[in-house]
Design a protein. Sequence first.
Lengths: 163, 85
Amino acid sequence: MKSLGRKIADLRKDKGITQEELAQKLNVTAQAVSKWENDISYPDIMTLPQLAKILGITVDELFNDPPQQEVRLVEEKDRKNFDDLMFRIIVDSAEGDKVRVNLPMPLVKIGLDMGMDIPQINNQDALKGVDLKQILDLVEKGVLGKLIEVESADGDIVEILVE
Amino acid sequence: MKIRVKSEGVNIFIPIPTSLFYSPITRPIGLKMMNKWLRENMEKEIDKKDFKKMAEALKLMKKKYKKLDLIEVYSAEGDIVKITL
């Protein structure tokens, strides 16, 4: 389960607002927001409804994980522009290390043109057999969500999401 | 682009002047640096044309996703490494 800080940070970035802007809206300091996001401290209970509103979710959703982003086919009329999509790699190692890679699609496409593949982006052997071009073809056809979930022999979990 | 490393007693901040990549005068320096890294780590190289394409995309993305964390690493020991656009 994502920590509260991690969730606030992710939602804030998805909304395209900076820590300073969020702090200003909540009448707190940017340092306070930074501490929340790093799980050093937590928002005041009275701030939660406004925080959830700014982040576009309910207070309940702030504390509970949303349903897993399963793979889905999006109709052409409902699709986002390809260049507005984000390619995410999430690695949770068995030792407790966490890696998050967030790449705007245009950069992924250029990387692919330059002959890069996923293990080179993330140095993960678990993904060696994954064809990045095939993933991009699927995305272009409207397949979004969690496209890959791999558990390596060492217990590392790697997920690839396109949203 | 910025690289931040936070570890016990260590707080490193490395600004990478990506604006150097945008200008045709300074771009060869960036290309040389990148190819050195690619040769050592991936046994690959990129050409001028691809590098220009990448620099242009980077510039656009920087405008669109201000301060996006491209890579975040949280080690089990509490170390944090972030590469921000």
